[in-house]
Write a protein that binds this ligand. Structure first.
Ligand code: AMP
Length: 213
């Protein structure tokens, strides 16, 4: 199974992609998580990425693809990708790469969530600075304020979840999503899922669409 997750920031791509990877026993890769890990280092790449990631702008396609290729190179049996692709060109690059290995994408899961729900989720989102676990302060809070249940790491608000950057990210998303959805619809792999609801409800919908027991 080779699945990509599409949807606006705050749609729940990371949360649902992780659940799917656990359920199916296949790895989950998030380009956003990979970039945030690189940002913790001090390197020329880290400085270059910071200019895009912290400002809520898309990292250039060639740079992102190098990361994705490196990740998928060692991984042929199945995966869940979240945060990639973000535009039609990235989708084509992924397809060319997979075609070169005689592989195919199985599903492109598109999580649809109303704008007001997204804004609310993003302002309440906190992530573990150590392991990347995602929390929602109103719906899925940690047991102890500011501390990750899983690893005890400090919970922080992502730099790009601050309101001004969120507006920019949503604008960029809206300008790219139509051709991307169209691309996957034409290929017959697009699965539109209502992403409004609690984590378990949305995951049930995904399993149903993907025919997973
Ligand atoms: P995310 O965690 O998926 O919201 O990604 C955080 C940030 O990483 C984005 O706002 C972009 O700056 C960058 N990023 C992640 N994935 C991609 C991608 N596929 N293309 C371009 N930039 C990306």
């Amino acid at each position: 199974m080779k699945v990509v997750f599409l949807g606006p920031p705050g749609a729940g791509k990371g949360t649902q992609a992780k659940k799917l990877s656990e359920k199916c026993g296949i790895p989950h890769h998030s380009t956003g998580d990979i970039f945030r890990d690189i940002l913790k280092e001090s390197s020329p790449l880290s400085r270059e990425l910071a200019g895009y990631v912290n400002e809520g702008e898309l990292v250039p396609d060639e740079i992102v693809f190098k990361t994705v290729k490196k990740t998928l190179d060692s991984n042929r049996d199945g995966w869940v990708l979240d945060g990639y692709p973000r535009n039609r060109n990235q989708a084509k690059m992924l397809d060319n790469f997979l075609n070169g290995r005689d592989e195919n994408l199985t599903d492109a899961v598109y999580l649809e969530v109303p704008r007001e729900v997204i804004i609310n989720r993003l302002s309440n989102r906190r992530v573990c600075s150590e392991c990347g676990e995602i929390y929602n302060l109103s719906q899925n809070p940690p047991e102890n304020e500011g501390v990750c249940d899983k690893c005890g790491g400090e919970l922080v608000q992502r730099e790009d979840d601050k309101p001004k950057t969120v507006r920019k990210r949503l604008k960029i998303f809206s300008s790219k999503i139509k051709p991307l959805k169209e691309y996957y619809r034409e290929k017959g792999v697009l699965e539109k899922i209502n992403g409004d609801g609690d984590v378990g409800e949305v995951f049930e919908r995904i399993k149903e669409e993907l025919n997973i027991g």
